[in-house]
Design a protein around this ligand. Sequence first.
Ligand code: ZN
Length: 349
Amino acid sequence: MATKAATTDHLFPTTIAGSLPKPSWLAEPNKLWAPWRLQGDELAAAKDDATLLAVKVQEDAGIDIVSDGEQSRQHFVHGFLEVVEGIDFAKKVEMGIRNDRYKAMCPTVTGELKLRSRVHAREARLARAHTKKELKFTLPGPMTIVDTIADAHYGDRVKMAMAFAGLLNQEARGLAADGVDVIQFDEPAFNVYMEQAAGWGIEALHRAMEGVDAKSAVHICYGYGIKANIDWKATLGAEWRQYEKFFPALARSKIDQVSIECIHSHVPMSVLKLLDGKEVQIGVIDVATDKIETPEEVAGVISAVAEHVAKEKIIPSTNCGMAPMRRDVAEKKLNALGAGAALARKKFA
Ligand code: ZN
């Protein structure tokens, strides 16, 4: 078993939601679902190189809990599904996903689900071998997966979610053995199906983390800065209270950390009180704009959150993944995150 990193002991350890933009030699830039530029062994080697670069830019920016930048996967859900048996990728069905916010052509589950192999072993081991920082890996959450795939086998969403949770559990156990410290499930669907999130959504996460020797986190955001999401946010009113509906259930859950968006979001900060006892990854970097935050702005968000969350539980992060951003912008934003957290540490010292 690989050795894990020692937990960061200073206040406000920083992390990122997960993804970073890919270099233009790996995939077409500024795009979700960007096609790869290479194939076969060349692609595998290029993914390795990009993973090392992603770790390096995070370290240089002063990020404490680093990720692989999701450089080896094309999409946060489909990167996982690619290695799952029982899915027919040729049988695409148009689905209105996230409660019909966008239409997507989704593959279909046609048989018993099984993992064909490990999913992220290569990049996890590579990242672990090249950083002494805490290492975080992201996986799609069961509820978000079943919202992104058609079902012609299980006939029941919850049953299918639990089947996926079993596969996620296998991969999570593998990642922990590879030396990964934090395993984060991305569940944007929690903000759409709030009642189910509080029930079987959390149960499925518990199944996914059963017996896994790592910290667990769940990322629940309002989506990337793409048009469909920006339009949806405009319909949510002055105060976004979606979190309120399932935070009490999350506070009672076994999940260690909750990752949420804060900066420029209409989530009332007082809602964070409902997560009492949990570590909270707070988004202090906006991924929907290219404008670079100043360290003072970042420290300001941290201070505002500290009025509602114990400061020992605050982990400054990005609002969401940075995959579709410009690379130079993302790097500047990482620097602002590191510098802003350092500034906040001084204020609270
Ligand atoms: Zn997100």
